[in-house]
Design a protein around this ligand. Sequence first.
Ligand code: PEP
Ligand code: MN
Length: 353
Amino acid sequence: MSESFDIRRWFKNPEELLVISGPCSVETREQLMTTAKGLSEIDKVKVLRGGIWKPRTRPDAFEGIGEEGLRWMKEAKEKYGFLTMTEVAVPDHVNLALKNGIDILWLGARTVANPFSVQELADCLKGCDIPVFVKNPIAPDLKLWLGAFERLGSAGLTCLGGIHRGFSSYDDTRYRNAPVWEIPVELKRLRPDIQIITDVSHICGCRELLQEVAQKALDFGTLGFMIESHCDPEKALTDANQQITPESLKKALNHLVIKKRVVDEDEFVLQNLRKEIDIIDDELLNLLAKRMNVSEKIGEFKKEHKVAVLQMDRWSKVLEDHINKGVNLGLDEESVKDIFEIIHKDSIKKQLY
Ligand code: PEP
Ligand code: MN
């Protein structure tokens, strides 16, 4: 990495894609320095990440190297010119990170799920306007994510970014954490001042999906990436399946098609709103098809039991109820009536033939 990178300027004008990389966990001095050396050969990587304290599900897993690792981060920073970044979960972490010259902090998905923890960190950060990225909480709960920004904002922090790292879900097996793209899009709509980047590693959970998901994130207008890298990924003590070598990262970044530079904030919001509309329209179509299937079954039942297709009393009642509900939701009375008349006509047509 040649010239130094100004993260504060990036927050004000995120024209350039921000690429953050480094190991899930800092394990040894050698592992960190070798990984950092590899990353220093990729111009786009401006920030070195390293997990020093690891939030582990089970107590017997590797819980991070602790303070010693911060000194290696400092050494890598001085040698290669990176900005450094680590996860903080308790005030003690913040104090140690600041003492050791860490430039950027992030709050992890588990921490953001707990407003007490976020408030404690916000109180500890008061008066120290260090850039902080906030990962989305594990559950797909936008309000928790928003709440964390509000707490940190109230503590006087002005460089706040979001990291979209996907959401825990029972039914999506393709990803480690389902992306649910509408949530970061909605965050951007509600808080256009928050710059959002994508942690593709924790969304994917495996190396194979990284390229595809990174491209999709770019298509959704992401302003940067966090991607875990390790000099020997298979031997990593944490998240071994999803880390990649600096060489693979270089290739992956070169393959990305950056379709459009996000320069105009309004244009970014518009693009994302259009994508949101497309997703909703898709859902509407699926629902209509589902409704038509049920309607066909009703038609068969009526035929079998010699019941007339049009039950006028029921139809009048249903239409009236729908109109009332629609009006309560802020929809236009005439439009709701028109929409349901079309849907009903279609159902009757299906049942008659
Ligand atoms: C990490 O970045 O290594 C990490 C623990 O992330 P998350 O909080 O998103 O699970
Ligand atoms: Mn990790």
